[in-house]
Write a protein that binds this ligand. Structure first.
Ligand SMILES: [Zn+2]
Length: 223
């Protein structure tokens, strides 16, 4: 899998568009807190400089090396804390080009309950989530223990493109920042529908082989 390289301007525009998408799709929590990043190269990412991404502009993004060095821009200390949460995913998953962390309300309910999100909504398959979303155990935000719990969850579920952060929120990744925003939107819908379905006796699993059938029909549309 080739590692994506893109210019700072391209990735910056994508991050701004991804943040707008999250607010437009109404998947943000009341605080508007999030952090977003986009890969520039095999070693560097563009990262939001603080946790407020409402009306985000490209001057509120900084260039950060995966070793943690801030190369351009001034990161708020609260965001310096979360660098490794992003950089470790880029190192682990060369195909990932965009990462978003939010406290999206329905996903947050799963985070507080420390419950994984099952994969039972067809849109999840289409937007790149073909496994349940695992839960990473809680540890203080940005701590080594917290990041290693996330890394362990991603290693344990190689098909997942998201991790629920126990008692905190969610981390979602994709080929680009916009792909991550689309997947996050669908995950928030899935979490909301799972909770509603409980009133009807609970959501049901897909039949065996559902993913293969969806992939085949997506391939037919593309060809
Ligand atoms: Zn957070």
């Amino acid at each position: 899998m080739a590692i994506r390289t893109a210019t700072k301007a391209e990735v910056g525009a994508e991050i701004v568009a991804a943040a707008e998408t999250l607010f437009r799709n109404e998947v943000m929590s009341h605080t508007g807190h999030a952090n977003l990043s986009g890969r520039i190269s095999s070693q560097e990412m563009l990262l939001t400089i603080d946790g407020q991404v409402r009306n985000l502009t490209t001057d509120r993004l900084g260039v950060v090396n995966f070793d943690g060095t801030v190369l351009e821009g001034e990161l708020d200390p609260t965001n310096a804390e979360i660098i490794t949460m992003h950089s470790e995913i880029y190192k682990l998953r060369p195909e990932v080009g965009g990462i978003i962390h939010t406290h999206s309300p329905n996903l947050l309910a799963f985070a507080l309950a420390q419950e994984e999100l099952p994969c039972r909504y067809e849109a999840l398959l289409r937007f790149g989530q073909a496994s349940q979303v695992p839960v990473a155990a809680w540890a203080p935000r940005g701590s080594e223990r917290s990041v290693s719990a996330i890394v362990d969850a991603v290693k344990q579920f190689p098909d997942t493109n998201a991790v629920i952060l126990a008692n905190h929120g969610v981390l979602v990744f994709g080929a680009t920042p916009l792909a991550a925003a689309s997947l996050l939107t669908v995950l928030e819908e899935a979490a909301e529908a799972e909770l509603h379905a409980r009133a009807l006796g609970g959501a049901k699993d897909f039949p065996e082989g559902a993913l293969d059938q969806v992939l085949a029909s997506m391939a037919r549309v593309r060809s």
